[in-house]
Ligand binder design. Structure first.
Ligand SMILES: Cc1cc2nc3c(=O)[nH]c(=O)nc-3n(C[C@H](O)[C@H](O)[C@H](O)COP(=O)(O)OP(=O)(O)OC[C@H]3O[C@@H](n4cnc5c(N)ncnc54)[C@H](O)[C@@H]3O)c2cc1C
Length: 290
């Protein structure tokens, strides 16, 4: 006989936080990762070892709004909802379009992609270059943490048992003049997990690079970004010289350490990652697209 699962679905956020504070529970947003993690034989319900708390219906986790130039995105906004929202940056929509297929995009959430902390999570390279901050709520209050401090390794995040990620904040992303790109390399254009992904942001002011950031996905345990290498290009004029491009690409060659797995080889991943970086640094970037 199938084992019973205890499940909670509270109307309010404070009730949900009280439950998380009183018992170790599995948080379920869209469930598209949770259900795969606990999948069982066909016809047999998943075996989830803890009580489940549903959060996908809580209004506080479903809002998208502007606070000056910052964009706040509720952790439980589904990909489908974000694709329809006028405030979501085009580059993030481009990344979302590459995720799974519409059925998963109608359930999967941005907060779930972050908390699942897969090295191949498609929104993560962009969230790293947007310097995303996460707001976590618990019965003790609210804390804000940078995404690069929150994600600690594959499926490992800096979250206490009683905390819930409620919002993703993209600082100063609205009305920004940056050019942002996202590239994903997989077996096909849709419904494929990334072998390599890349996000790049550049802002040019009076012909000089004012801000430049880039991050890689699926080539290490977490997203790979180096502010130190980015700073080498600040103040340079476009187009960058081959010497500047080669200096940065060669430096990344030393810090990218992908693995072989069933999706790809370390050799292929590194080669493609460095090609994507070369491509990004060679672009003219004359059109902001935020
Ligand atoms: C067929 C299929 C295809 C897929 N394709 C892709 C793809 O192309 N690219 C990609 O990146 N991903 C893909 N995924 C993975 C998945 O859809 C995404 O990671 C999605 O964003 C997860 O969101 P969710 O709401 O379903 O998370 P859930 O499964 O509900 O949760 C994931 C994890 O995060 C925790 N969690 C969720 N929300 C919160 C919160 N607010 N606070 C604290 N903890 C939380 C949960 O406890 C769990 O540990 C695919 C999955 C499937 C099944």
């Amino acid at each position: 006989m199938a084992e019973k699962i205890t499940a909670y679905r509270f109307d309010r956020l404070d009730q949900t936080l009280n439950q998380l504070n009183s018992e170790d529970c599995a948080i379920m947003a869209g469930g598209t990762d949770v259900m795969v993690l606990h999948k069982s034989r066909r016809g047999v319900p998943p075996k989830i070892p803890k009580p489940v708390v549903f959060i996908d219906h809580l209004p506080e986790l479903k809002q998208v709004y502007r606070n000056h130039k910052d964009l706040h995105i509720g952790a439980c906004c589904t990909y489908g909802e974000l694709l329809e929202h006028p405030l979501i940056p085009i580059a993030l929509k481009n990344a979302i379009q590459t995720i799974a297929a519409p059925a998963i995009r109608n359930r999967g959430t941005l907060g779930g992609n972050i908390c699942n902390a897969s090295p191949a999570g498609d929104t993560l390279p962009l969230l790293y270059i947007y310097n995303a901050k996460l707001q976590l709520h618990s019965v003790s209050g609210i804390r804000t943490v940078a995404i690069s401090d929150f994600i600690q390794g594959p499926r490992r995040v800096n979250r206490l048992q009683n905390e819930l990620v409620t919002e993703i904040i993209l600082p100063a992303v609205l009305d920004d003049e940056s050019h942002v790109i996202f590239e994903k390399v997989g077996n096909r254009n849709a419904d494929a997990i990334a072998k390599v992904s890349f996000a790049g942001l550049i802002r040019v002011s009076k012909g000089h690079i004012d801000d430049i950031r880039f991050a890689f996905g699926a080539v290490g345990p977490t997203m790979v970004r180096s502010s130190q290498l980015e700073s080498l290009l600040l103040g340079k004029t476009l187009p960058l010289t081959q010497t500047d491009i080669t200096q940065v690409v060669t430096a990344f060659d030393k810090i990218i350490n992908p693995i072989d797995d069933h999706r790809s080889t370390a050799f292929y991943r590194k080669k493609v990652a460095l090609n994507l970086l070369h491509y990004f640094l060679s672009l003219k970037h004359d059109q902001p697209n935020q």
